[in-house]
Design a protein around this ligand. Structure first.
Ligand SMILES: [Ca+2]
Length: 132
């Protein structure tokens, strides 16, 4: 698992200043958002759709993570849907070992999956998904 980034310090200050403005614009004009902006929104809302089900509303417990993976990333799991595999994934994602997956840990996971997809498609450019 990649090292957890603890702050958005890699972004220039000018971008961070614009971030709140962009979020407000996005909320008022969701239909004008680009595919990547929509993807970011889906990444965030998907987390909260599951983390808010029980316990700490800002963290995924094991049951919430399992449901998220089964419903939102079934292809990633493949046929490995047994408890041992879920426990292994949970342990790998739970970087701070509090038995829950917070948004940062989830975001690192999605970034790792995206990097794996990129690596795969670089090896097979003819299989690269095409955008519209
Ligand atoms: Ca955790």
């Amino acid at each position: 698992m990649a090292r957890v980034v603890t702050s958005p310090h890699i972004l220039p200050c000018s971008l961070l200043d614009r971030f709140g403005v962009w979020l407000l614009w996005f909320r008022e004009h969701p239909k004008m958002a680009s595919p990547l902006e929509k993807a970011l929104e889906v990444m965030v809302t998907t987390f909260h759709n599951y983390s808010g089900k029980e316990g700490d509303k800002f963290k995924l417990n094991k049951a919430e993570l399992k449901e998220l993976l089964l419903k939102e990333l079934p292809g990633f799991l493949g046929k490995k849907k047994d408890e041992t595999n879920f426990q292994r994934i949970m342990s790998n994602l739970d970087n701070n070992k509090d038995n829950e997956v917070d948004f940062q840990e989830y975001a690192v996971f999605l970034a790792c999956v995206a990097m794996m997809c990129n690596d795969f498609f670089q090896g097979y450019p003819d299989k690269m998904p095409r955008g519209k």
